[in-house]
Design a protein. Structure first.
Length: 281
């Protein structure tokens, strides 16, 4: 059974990400867990100096959260009454990153799906701070869904790679099953003015080819030196439905997760963004 976590702050963006999770995994037996971490809501009233008042505030927020989650569960079950899906919810008194990470480890979660921005919805930034931190630090793949993104099947995926890292089978299996469900094409883009691959790069490329066997694979090379420009051009020109990248040292994503670069990329990043963590689990 696919195990999926969807953080929510009860915003429209978060609900849109939840709907997307239901759609993209509609062919798989899945357990979809919606989580809301509410510690910040309790502590944001900085003038509380007595433990009793703080505990009272915590109880109030927890009850409010439980009620909101109950309404959200009813809403999503009405939207996606899929017999293959089991829905659960968690109200957690803690920080979002810690609670999601603990849940990922405890329940062996496959993927986190969330909106690129939450309730604050600062349009000057490509990703909200919570989404960016989840991408960087949570120990499983993260799929970020842009604001107001209308679901359609991910037929064309872009996977930029320098073929320098050995990928993890579990994460590639997730991508393989996902693309197999929709008979998708994965465009593997090598961004380097030097076209010749080393023997190590060739081996890593062949590993990708073997693990992503359910997708139609297209191997492309571009001499473009600016990685961000190469990716944004390819997304636009090839009508890409999803961007896939790996969060690890010496990967393209390491460069792109710089805030200024993310905002530059965000000018064209209006599609779901899947971040693989490349961790053995």
């Amino acid at each position: 059974m696919r195990k999926i976590v969807v953080p929510t702050d009860f915003s429209d963006n978060a609900y849109n990400a939840l709907k997307y999770a239901c759609e993209i995994f509609k062919y798989e037996r899945s357990e979809i867990c919606v989580i809301h971490a509410f510690a910040d809501e309790v502590y944001q009233l900085g003038n509380i100096k007595e433990r009793g008042l703080l505990d009272k505030r915590k109880d109030e927020v927890e009850q409010k959260t439980a009620s909101a989650l109950s309404e959200l569960m009813a809403r999503i079950k009405e939207y996606a009454p899929n017999p293959k899906h089991k829905y659960t919810s968690i109200a957690a008194f803690g920080s979002l990153i810690d609670e999601v990470n603990d849940l990922v480890e405890r329940e062996n979660i496959d993927i986190v799906v969330m909106g690129t921005r939450g309730a604050a919805n600062d349009r000057s930034n490509t990703f909200g701070s919570n989404t960016l931190n989840v991408m960087k630090y949570v120990q499983c793949p993260v799929l970020a869904i842009p604001e107001d993104y209308g679901y359609h099947q991910p037929k064309e995926l872009l996977f930029p790679s320098n073929y320098l890292i050995p990928y993890k089978r579990r994460e590639l299996k997730l991508l393989c099953e996902l693309t197999g469900s929709f008979r998708s094409t994965i465009h593997l883009l090598y961004i380097d003015p030097m076209k010749k691959l080393s023997l190590r790069q060739e081996d890593n490329r062949d590993f990708l080819k073997a693990e992503l066997r359910k997708a139609n694979l297209i191997f492309e090379t571009t001499p473009e030196k600016d990685k961000t420009m190469a990716i944004t051009k390819y997304i636009v020109h090839q009508n890409i439905d999803m961007l896939v990248m790996v969060n690890t040292r010496h990967s393209h994503l390491e460069d792109l997760l710089m805030p200024t670069t993310l905002n530059k990329l965000g000018l064209h990043l209006k599609i779901p963004f899947l971040v693989l963590q490349n961790l053995a689990r």
